[in-house]
Design a protein around this ligand. Structure first.
Ligand code: NAD
Length: 433
């Protein structure tokens, strides 16, 4: 079975390399020619642990080929995964133009039975639209199936997740499509949930909206903890032991970001509302998340009186650790707010600085986490990279002008920071005595 992957971004490239490693012949296509050129030459366009090595291995063994031509990709493939972007329109609705465009091109180039699989995150009933589009544009009576196989990988551990998923959701409406997808995932040991296509599409949006809700919930409680002298870390621990709740995604901080949660919460709200349903719970989730930026700026101001001409060192720009992705990262909003307040910024991130420089070419960037601390009035921690967790507080104290840490990710313990006479402002707990 030959597999075509349309869109070789975070999801498409990971999916392509996973299937290649599982022994299938894979063709990867992207409309971004520069990306394809890099991939052909074994250069991974994104940072994701293990991806670079696997790319080189699969190119060497010829398990994967990258093609500029989408038509060739379609014609060579038996199964086509649509992995293009599904961003948000200004009104909050999902922009499905990339999915529609690819569906049309597939329709016009059908040269035999194909299984067309939507992997991109799409609203319920999108597969019906893909089917209709293919029928409308194909002009021929060629058999095809459409299926939904949503992706649940997490950036930062994408490959690990692809080979060890919690579950594989397969939304199908024919036995043939079901058998093909089961064959593709035969070697992956995970529960396989076989459902109708609408159900599969909803599983994805509901999962992401639920996870975002968990984050906003704990952030809401974190604010109460701060007002009352309670400790959100302990609250989360106490809640998390309850198996019905679970400890994961109960980390208070500066909220969720990235290319999925913000857009998927908005899209799910839009989808529910478009059916006349009350999905306002998700508006609250979004509002709480947006307010996290105000919280962290308030903390900085509380510590520094005002931000005018203050040097703020930032640790962490990516929306989460182990990725270079800054799409909808809280750091973008924070930096914009700091610049408005006339603060000076020096930032460091292990992998995301090149992407951040494209948005903010004029702030200072450091070569390491200590360099940015020189003469800083405060350190602001925005991403919980491991390298920020083990630090030399003595060295930090010497480098900084004033010993203030505002920690948007709660990575330190009060006692250890206090030993070095830092003023420490975490989220949802108080460390000032
Ligand atoms: P991405 O922006 O990294 O990749 C999308 C790719 O599609 C881009 O390289 C783009 O050039 C390409 N593309 C767009 N139109 C094309 C066309 N007509 N022909 C060929 N290529 C085309 O996006 P991503 O993060 O990989 O996400 C893709 C989808 O997967 C989205 O729907 C997203 O919601 C979903 N998803 C993402 C993640 C994640 O962690 N990033 C996880 C699960 C699901």
């Amino acid at each position: 079975m030959k597999i075509g992957i349309i869109g070789t971004g975070y999801v498409g490239l990971t999916t392509a390399l996973t299937f290649a490693k599982l022994g299938f012949k894979v063709y990867g296509n992207d409309k971004d020619k520069e990306k394809i050129e890099k991939l052909k030459n074994g250069i991974c366009p994104i940072y994701e642990p293990g991806l670079d090595e696997l790319l080189k291995e699969m190119l060497e063994t010829n398990q994967i080929e990258f093609l500029e031509d989408i038509v060739q990709t379609i014609k060579l493939s038996d199964v086509i995964f649509i992995c293009v972007g599904t961003p948000t329109n200004p009104d909050g609705s999902p922009d499905l133009s990339q999915v529609e465009e690819v569906s049309r091109i597939i329709a016009e180039n059908l040269n035999g039975y194909k299984l067309i699989v939507e992997k991109s995150t799409v609203p319920v009933q999108t597969a019906q639209w893909i089917k209709r589009t293919i029928k409308l544009y194909s002009h021929r009576d060629i058999e095809f199936d459409v299926a939904s196989n949503p992706e649940f990988l997490r950036e930062g551990s994408a490959l690990k997740d692809a080979f060890n998923p919690d579950r594989i959701v397969i939304g199908v409406e024919s036995e043939r499509a079901k058998e093909i997808l089961l064959k593709l995932y035969e070697k992956i040991n995970a529960p396989k949930i076989i459902v109708d296509i609408n159900t599969a599409e909803i599983i994805k949006h509901a999962s992401n909206a639920f996870l975002a809700m968990k984050i906003s919930f704990i952030n809401m409680v974190a604010d109460l903890c701060e007002k009352t002298g309670a400790d959100i870390k302990k609250v989360a621990e106490g809640m998390g032991y309850d198996k019905r709740i679970g400890r994961e995604f109960l980390n208070a901080g500066i909220g969720y970001g990235g290319s999925c949660f913000p857009k998927d919460v908005r899209a799910f709200y839009y989808i529910g509302s478009s059916y006349g349903l009350d999905f306002s719970l998700l508006l609250a989730v979004e509002n709480i998340n947006n307010s996290r930026i105000d919280r962290i700026i308030e903390k900085l101001k509380k510590a520094l009186w005002n931000l005018n001409n203050k040097k703020i060192a930032i640790w962490g720009l990516s929306f989460k650790p182990n990725t270079d992705d800054i799409r909808e990262a809280p750091s973008i909003k924070v930096v914009n707010r700091l610049l408005k307040e006339n603060a000076t910024i020096s930032a460091y991130d292990p992998k995301a600085m090149n992407n951040f420089k494209k948005l903010f070419p004029n702030i200072m960037y450091g070569n390491d986490k200590y360099e940015v601390l020189k003469n800083a009035n405060a350190l602001l921690i925005l991403t919980e990279w491991d390298e920020f967790k083990n630090v030399d507080f003595g060295k930090m104290r010497e480098l900084m002008r004033t010993p203030i840490i505002v920690d948007g990710r709660n990575i330190f313990e009060c006692e250890e920071v206090r030993k070095y006479n830092f003023e420490y402002y975490p989220m949802g707990r108080s460390c000032i005595v």
